[in-house]
Design a protein. Structure first.
Lengths: 200, 250, 206
């Protein structure tokens, strides 16, 4: 597959070059076990390719400090991140952010329209903000606000449910997401997650 | 009331230098801890304020010859405030989303109300705020304006500090050679504004730059056409300087 | 080059002066009007910004000079005035004199009668002596006369502020001969109530 070859090529170049930041070949390889060889994600592990640098770094930081504590994170990521030092985290995040993402497109296609409406316009009467304000018109994110476009439906749905249901469950999730998600009904979450999984 | 956890400082924007966070987190007593305490304290204060506002609104609504005895419940108001805070920050200090969302904390009540009306009437164009404003009754607009006026968080700040000195000069003295009046004449020497003239102190840098650059395009609001000749006399550098200056003001 | 100085009323367009170009003058006028109002009627900014419409040209010229030399202290107006040539000051004076906007900020109407009384007959200060009627210098209709400014239609809170804080702002160089000196004892002798009354009256005048 083109992507895999490209990734190997990148890794090869990186490992042989003498750059200012030198990422070892082993670290990214370990991630591919769960996140797939192309870093496009493999349920339940989310796509990392093309994610915002600052967001990725913050997640690694929060996982390392056990601030992000959703069940999968606790089970799978805590042991892994324990071995990653800050410098490596920075380099990993930078590297992953440069990989072109591929949309999962695994949501319910019939819910795309309603999901888009919620995303782009919000629901003012229900006090649901328009996601576009922070996540951008193509759900591309900015700074430490993550790209949502093309993430897998099950992952998006699970994360929205986790915030909305549990409130303080994910201590690492700062305002506004827990509150935003708490105003969403399950149907609305499904619509949003479906729509976003198709956004390129 | 939901406990609001600490609010992380904003990260880098697209294209900026990667920021380095050090593991493990800062020890207790550092700004992040203080921030959490401040916000928790503020929510207690805010609840009291909300109830006070609700009482005032009930009293005035009941006093008038209105058909409805109650404009809205304190619960409704609290929910609406939390909704505003999702975008404008936990204490209304603003938020750097994909779009910069402006600071509302400490804003002049008359200006705040007038902007919400302007969004509804199309005098001010914004695809996100128009539906928001349309969902608000006039009484709710007043309550929100009053509530946000009382907040006083530190500015998000940190932007283009090197331009602030230049911006201060423009703000306080004007640029008479370019026919740019001193902003302080109308916005006040501390950029607090007054009545329908907005507070600018602590406003987001990016938001200020955007607003000044796109002024004529976004605002057809009769009161703000006084700003047209001002923004047209400022060059890009001066806009950035003024924005940097006011964004640093407490 | 002939330098034309504009005096009282009855002159032709201010743009005809040889030393100030038309576009320059128009740009400068537009700039003044940002703060002083579309028709120079004044504006309630953070500070009350005074009406210039119908002002005597001499007073405008004098004021701009005073700001530039800092005999009258106001940081914002200092910077405005310091770049103006005498010809520009004169041209601006002539321009604003010709404007005739409706009064902007009228004060409380219940004080107007008392204010009229003071304006037309003067006051007897508590400390003795007599302050003559304002009209004797400012004109029966407060329209002003050469160096004595027009007060009709001025902003209520602007008048209150100036009369209350006169010596803090005006006549700041004791060694310089300054026309504003005349007002100092008057402003100091007036009580707060009298100031408010006369301001209410003046701000209501067309």
């Amino acid at each position: 597959m083109k992507l895999t070859r490209l990734n190997i090529a990148i890794l090869a170049i990186i490992s042989f070059a003498v750059p200012a930041w030198a990422i070892d070949v082993e670290t990214p390889k370990r991630c591919t076990v769960c996140h797939s060889a192309s870093f496009q994600g493999l349920q339940p592990a989310p796509r990392l390719a093309g994610q915002r640098y600052q967001y990725l770094f913050n997640q690694l930081s929060d996982l390392g400090l056990h601030r992000r504590d959703d069940p999968n994170a606790k089970l799978f990521m805590w042991p892994v991140v324990a071995t990653v030092n800050p410098q490596t985290a920075r380099e990993l995040a930078l590297y992953l952010s440069t990989i072109p993402p591929v949309a999962a497109e695994d949501g319910d296609a019939e819910l795309i329209a309603s999901g888009r409406k919620i995303y782009q316009e919000g629901m003012p009467e229900a006090n649901v903000v328009a996601c576009v304000a922070c996540h951008g018109p193509n759900a591309e994110g900015v700074g430490e606000i993550p790209r949502l476009g093309g993430l897998a439906y099950p992952y998006l749905r699970r994360r929205l449910e986790q915030w909305g249901r549990q409130g303080g469950y994910n201590e690492a999730t700062r305002p506004p997401m827990p509150h935003v998600a708490s105003n969403l009904s399950l149907k609305q979450i499904e619509a949003l997650a479906s729509y976003l999984s198709f956004v390129k | 009331m939901k406990l609001i956890t600490s609010y992380r400082g904003r990260g880098t924007e697209v294209g900026d230098e990667p920021m380095v966070l050090s593991f493990p987190s800062a020890p207790a007593g550092t700004p992040r801890e203080g921030c959490r305490r401040r916000i928790v304290k503020a929510s207690g204060l805010r609840l009291a304020l909300q109830l006070a506002i609700a009482v005032v609104v009930f009293a005035t609504a009941a006093g008038g010859a209105a058909t409805k005895a109650l404009a809205f419940s304190s619960h409704e108001l609290a929910a609406k405030i939390a909704y505003c805070q999702d975008c404008h920050g936990p204490a209304g200090q603003g938020y750097r989303g994909f779009y910069p969302m402006p600071r509302l904390a400490g804003q002049q009540v008359e200006y705040f109300e007038d902007q919400l009306r302007a969004f509804v009437e199309g005098r001010r164009l914004n695809s996100i705020m128009s539906p928001v404003a349309r969902s608000l009754s006039p009484a709710m607009m007043t309550a929100l304006a009053t509530d946000f006026r009382a907040f006083n968080p530190r500015p998000l700040g940190g932007d283009r500090r090197e331009l602030a000195a230049m911006g201060e000069k423009i703000f306080q003295d004007g640029v008479p050679e370019q026919n740019v009046p001193a902003c302080a004449a109308c916005h006040g020497p501390e950029a607090t504004g007054i009545k329908q003239i907005p507070r600018l102190s602590g406003q987001l840098y990016l938001y200020m730059v955007k607003t000044l650059t796109n002024f004529r395009k976004d605002r057809k609001e009769h009161l703000s056409d006084v700003m047209y000749p001002v923004v047209e006399s400022l060059n890009k550098r001066q806009i950035e300087a003024v924005a940097a200056y006011v964004s640093s003001l407490r | 080059m002939l330098v034309i100085v504009f005096g009282g009323a009855g002159r032709t367009s201010a743009a005809e002066t040889a030393a100030v170009s038309k576009p320059e003058l128009e740009a400068k006028i537009k700039y003044c009007e940002i703060c002083h109002g579309h028709s120079a009627e004044g504006f309630e900014g953070y500070y009350p910004i005074p009406r210039l419409a119908g002002q005597t040209p001499d007073f405008i010229k004098y004021s701009l000079q005073a700001f530039a030399e800092r005999t009258r202290t106001n940081n914002i107006m200092f910077h405005v005035a310091r770049v103006l040539s005498p010809d520009m000051m004169a041209a601006l004076g002539a321009h604003f004199h010709d404007l005739n906007a409706k009064p902007l900020g009228a004060g409380p109407t219940d004080l107007v009668a008392a204010g009229k009384e003071i304006f037309e007959t003067g006051v007897e200060p508590r400390g003795g002596g007599r302050i003559k009627s304002c009209s004797s210098c400012h004109g029966d209709n407060a329209e002003g006369n050469q160096d004595f400014p027009r007060l009709a239609g001025q902003l209520d809170d602007y008048i209150v502020d100036k009369l209350t804080n006169w010596s803090k702002e005006f006549g700041q160089h004791p060694s310089k001969m300054d026309v504003s000196r005349i007002m100092q004892p008057i402003a100091e002798a007036l009580t707060e109530a009298q100031i408010k009354a006369v301001a209410a009256y003046l701000s209501s005048l067309q």
